[in-house]
Ligand binder design. Structure first.
Ligand code: URA
Length: 287
């Protein structure tokens, strides 16, 4: 049973607004309707689900002996099943990424990829923003609520800080001049529920797309924002240790930096982030 608020009074209106904001912070992205709906209609509501899960599909009976016509399925452990599933997921991601010859083809290849559970809960695929061919590519973690709603990376509070940080060294995702432009994307294109950190399996299955994305966007320098992008590209975590030192990956110079969301929570770390930005500026000037 839901709590009722009298929104005709200022107190009730503010209480209702606070309750809604609290739910948004918890990660709620949809309200439940008044009328019930049939879960088997999900094929219409979520077309990425395999057709067999749609309405009219045979629902396997619980328990009981298997019918004679059913193929023999060897019993394997949960861990083996998970490993097999993720091998297949990575193999398909590799094949799709390799076949994509343009950024638009890559976006379509990702949109058609069904192994990542996060896709089911997301409103939009958040692919990229800025100018392909920009000298600097920024790789973030995953979309948050605002990015999921808008379909563009880094548009919330962390994104606004990111824009200000790069503007301070003369770079912008809006710049028509490729010399001063930025290209921005994420390791994960779908919002994780409640903004949780993407799992190692999710990072591993999206990694082939990230590699291909960077190759197709053709930057001179990659900036890794936070631990998730360091895991995906360097196979290493520990951003506070990694930040500020140039390393090399995918044939490019790579600079790990603290994520702007971390900087919002820890403003004293902005001093080091400024030093990292000056490193990037110096590298661009020297090339
Ligand atoms: N944080 C990220 O890492 N990426 C976004 O797109 C938004 C917030």
């Amino acid at each position: 049973m839901g709590i009722e608020f009298d929104t005709t009074t200022p107190e009730g209106w503010h209480a209702a607004l606070a309750a809604l904001q609290w739910q948004l912070e918890l990660g709620v992205t949809e309200v439940i309707g008044e009328a019930p709906f049939n879960g088997y209609d999900l094929a219409d509501r979520a077309p990425w689900l395999p057709a067999a899960q749609g309405q009219g599909a045979a629902v396997p009976a619980r328990g009981g002996p298997p019918k004679a016509a059913e193929p023999y399925v060897p019993q394997i452990s949960e861990a083996e099943r998970a490993a097999q599933a993720s091998d297949a997921a990575v193999a398909e991601a590799q094949a799709r990424a390799a076949a994509a010859g343009t950024l638009e083809a890559l976006r379509e290849a990702m949109a058609g990829y069904d192994h990542c559970e996060l896709k089911r809960g997301a409103r939009n695929l958040v692919f990229a923003d800025g100018r392909p061919g920009a000298r600097v590519l920024v790789l973030g973690e995953a979309p948050g609520r605002e990015e999921d709603m808008e379909g563009r990376p880094f548009v919330g509070a962390a994104g606004q800080l990111l824009d200000r940080m790069f503007a301070a060294i003369g770079l912008s995702r809006e710049s028509p001049d490729l010399e001063r432009a930025l290209y921005i994307t994420n390791v994960i294109p779908w919002r994780p529920p409640g903004n949780r950190e993407p799992s190692p399996e999710e990072i591993a299955m999206m990694r082939p797309f990230v590699e291909r994305h960077i190759a197709l966007a053709a930057p001179e320098i990659v900036v890794l924002m936070g631990n998730v992008s360091c895991s995906a590209v360097l196979g290493a975590k520990g951003i506070l240790r990694l930040r500020g030192t140039w390393t090399s990956a995918l044939g490019l110079p790579v600079m790990p930096m603290a994520h702007p969301a971390y900087l919002l929570r820890n403003p004293v770390a902005k001093r080091e982030a400024w030093a990292d930005l000056l490193e990037i500026q110096a590298k661009l000037r020297a090339r």
